[in-house]
Ligand binder design. Structure first.
Ligand code: HEM
Ligand code: HEM
Length: 168
């Protein structure tokens, strides 16, 4: 394959790596159990963080779909690469929105006594399910980036990282 992928723009790259950092923070700070939400400061931080992460991913989705373009996969790449890339990007977004919405669902169910039974347990279950699924999509995403770097050598990895000072 000879065509080199066109680089992603500055805004898409900043959002991509900022979102990666924010998600890593979320996994590092994860709560141990529901009773920790009795601390009002922690509850506020969780809600603020979830709204920020959700807004960043929503803005990013609109930005890439409407203005900047979601993928730099060369058009002549095999159909299976296009399919896997679309499926993995969809899975990444679905998991992040799932984590955010179930987190907000936990906050609501914890605060409303009538929801503190089944609804709260269901939201915690969903929260953990999405939290466990996201790393599988991320590993596939990173493996895909390395596939393009090592096997295809088509500049798709560099479209998001830049060439770090080396010639393209
Ligand atoms: C309103 C927002 C949120 C609330 C109220 C909330 C609440 C909770 C609660 C109660 C738990 C413990 C579940 C249990 O009992 O095992 C938990 C676990 C966790 N949450 Fe959230 N969460 C929120 C948003 C987020 C977001 C946006 C992330 C992003 C990554 C996140 C990451 C985690 C992680 C990594 C764990 C640990 C899971 C585990 O060890 O199994 N949370 N969360
Ligand atoms: C070492 C870590 C990572 C590497 C090497 C990496 C690499 C890349 C590359 C090369 C692209 C461009 C693909 C294309 O143009 O088709 C991309 C896009 C994308 N990446 Fe990552 N990525 C990493 C981490 C993450 C993380 C943590 C997320 C969080 C969910 C993520 C979500 C996405 C999404 C959704 C896209 C599609 C474009 C967009 O909507 O911004 N990536 N990534």
């Amino acid at each position: 394959m000879t065509e080199k992928a066109k680089p992603h723009g500055f805004v898409t790259r900043v959002i991509h790596w900022l979102a990666a950092g924010l998600l890593a923070f979320g996994y590092l700070k994860g709560l141990d159990n529901v009773s920790q939400l009795a601390d009002p400061g922690l509850m506020q931080l969780e809600i603020f963080y979830a709204l920020g992460l959700g807004a960043l991913f929503a803005i990013r989705l609109i930005w890439t779909k409407t203005f900047a373009g979601a993928t730099r996969l060369p058009s002549e790449a095999p159909a299976w690469e296009h399919r896997v890339s679309r499926a993995v990007h969809f899975g990444l977004y679905a998991c992040v929105f799932g984590i955010v919405l179930s987190g907000l669902g936990i906050a609501l169910a914890f605060s409303v006594p009538a929801l503190s039974g089944f609804a709260l347990s269901a939201m915690v279950f969903l929260h953990e399910a999405f939290l466990n699924l996201l790393p599988a999509f991320l590993l596939t995403h990173i493996a895909g980036a390395l596939w393009h770097k090592i096997i295809r050598r088509d500049g798709v990895l560099e479209s998001m990282t830049g060439t770090l000072g080396r010639p393209a």
